[in-house]
Design a protein around this ligand. Structure first.
Ligand SMILES: [Zn+2]
Length: 434
């Protein structure tokens, strides 16, 4: 610590001083854990947390009352694989993200990330796992800005820079690779045990909350032993490891090593799914639906996608809702784009209750917030959304989020964003939040 710099007490957001107690009247309260709906519940929120939930909760005098008696209230949604600081587009880069990296600075992308985060929150996503390709730690900057209280946004679980063997997921030219420019810093090269340890420590130092690795992006991908080293070293800092997997051999290595989660699902077959279920390895599949402008999916590819998800479900693999959204589809916010992926779950015949579980309960678990944030229970941070209709009967209800509360503050009401309470000219939750 610098001489003369004194610790500053953590103070609550100025806007939370009055009123501190909010009572939400929930006409229907959906519990994704049990897949049931209770009627006429009251959720009492004090400051940033839920104080009490039930049908007979007394509303203290002076409490702010929010009437959601016509809506279905439920916990916030989780998107388990997004890239908030990356938005490739048809023009000028023809949806080729190499060019996005050339054209857009980390600073610009950090501002995109703030915008994308707001769009996600407006769609009901209160937690987003931001899994790399975010320039020079724009994901950390976003997380800190939200946690310190500068701007509204989901809770961010960010990976920092993806770690891989030389070149990462890309095929840089020798000029790029040797001078480490242009498509760097999208990947941290780690080709030896020393480099693996160092890369993890760099990410931890610069604010990652989960470690993301390229398991098999190159023929010289990581062995099961190297992945075990990743897991061991990351665990020292309390972090889990997610692997980008694209080949059956890579999947096998990741599963043998006991990785926390596997991103992408193309390489996962029946055998892998059985092993993943046995070991409790999260499947962060990235199942793109057809019909997104500029992102064609052939009928054959889509059939494979749907069959893969179906097989994973039949094998009881722990599933997350994850999209890998890192592009712009005209007319849709980033959050609306993610909700388009619901179609795949419906086409795979997964019961709505289980899709909702993947989007909530499983999301909290893969994000490791399940004891602090997510469920609408006393003591938890108050993240609450509401929709008309009943998502258990029709998942499309989720595409019409009318109300969002994040950390006890109303972000969206009657379908309109009202984020003023979230904007501050300083880090009202404390600058030490790193
Ligand atoms: Zn991705």
């Amino acid at each position: 610590m610098l001489a003369g710099v004194r610790p500053i007490a953590q103070t609550p957001a100025a806007s939370q001083t009055a009123p501190v107690i909010t009572a939400i009247r929930a006409g229907r309260l959906l519990d994704p854990e049990t897949g049931t709906v209770l009627t006429n519940q009251v959720i009492l929120v004090e400051g940033r947390r839920i104080r009490e939930v039930g049908p007979t909760v007394a509303i203290p005098p002076g409490a702010q009352v929010i009437d959601l008696s016509q809506l279905t209230v439920m916990p916030g949604l989780v998107e388990a694989h997004n890239h908030l600081a990356l938005t490739y587009k048809p023009v000028p880069e023809n949806n080729v993200y190499y060019y996005t990296y050339v054209q857009e600075s980390t600073a610009l992308r950090a501002i995109q990330a703030a915008s994308n985060g707001i769009q996600m929150l407006a769609a009901g996503f209160t937690i987003v796992r931001d899994m790399g390709n975010n320039g020079n730690y724009a994901d950390t900057a976003l997380r800190q800005a939200i946690e310190q209280g500068w701007i509204p946004g989901p809770t961010i679980i960010n990976s920092g820079i993806i770690i891989g063997g030389m070149g990462g997921q890309f095929f840089p030219t020798p000029e790029m690779a040797k001078d480490h420019n242009i498509v760097y810093p999208e990947y941290l090269d780690a080709d030896t045990p020393d480099e693996i340890v160092k890369a993890i420590r760099q990410n931890v130092l610069f604010g990652a909350k989960v470690i993301k690795i390229c398991v098999d992006c190159k023929p010289y991908g990581y062995t099961a032993d190297e992945i075990r080293l990743f897991i061991r070293e990351s665990a020292k800092s309390g972090m889990k490891v997610e692997g980008h997997v694209q080949t059956p051999a890579g999947a096998k290595n990741a599963i043998d090593a006991g990785i926390w989660s596997i991103a992408h699902s193309g390489a996962l077959n029946d055998e892998m799914h059985k092993l993943m279920a046995q070991k409790g390895i999260w499947r962060a599949g990235t199942e793109t639906p057809p019909g997104l402008a500029g992102h064609p999916v052939s009928p054959e590819a889509y059939r494979r996608t749907v069959d893969g998800l179906k097989n994973a479900y039949a094998n009881k693999v722990p599933l997350t809702f994850s999209t890998d959204a890192d592009y712009w589809v005209e007319g849709k916010t980033r959050g609306e784009l993610c909700l388009e992926f619901l179609r795949v779950w419906a086409d795979a015949g997964i019961p709505n209750a289980d899709t909702l579980r993947a989007m909530t309960i499983n999301g909290y678990k893969v994000s490791e917030t399940e004891t602090t944030r997510g469920p609408i229970k006393a003591g938890y941070f108050a993240d609450v959304i509401a929709v008309p209709g009943n998502p258990l009967e029709d998942l499309n209800a989720l595409k019409n989020v009318q109300f969002v509360m994040k950390d006890g503050q109303v972000f969206k009401k009657d379908g309109v964003m009202t984020p003023a309470a979230f904007f501050h000219a300083g880090p009202v939750n404390g600058w030490r939040i790193r």
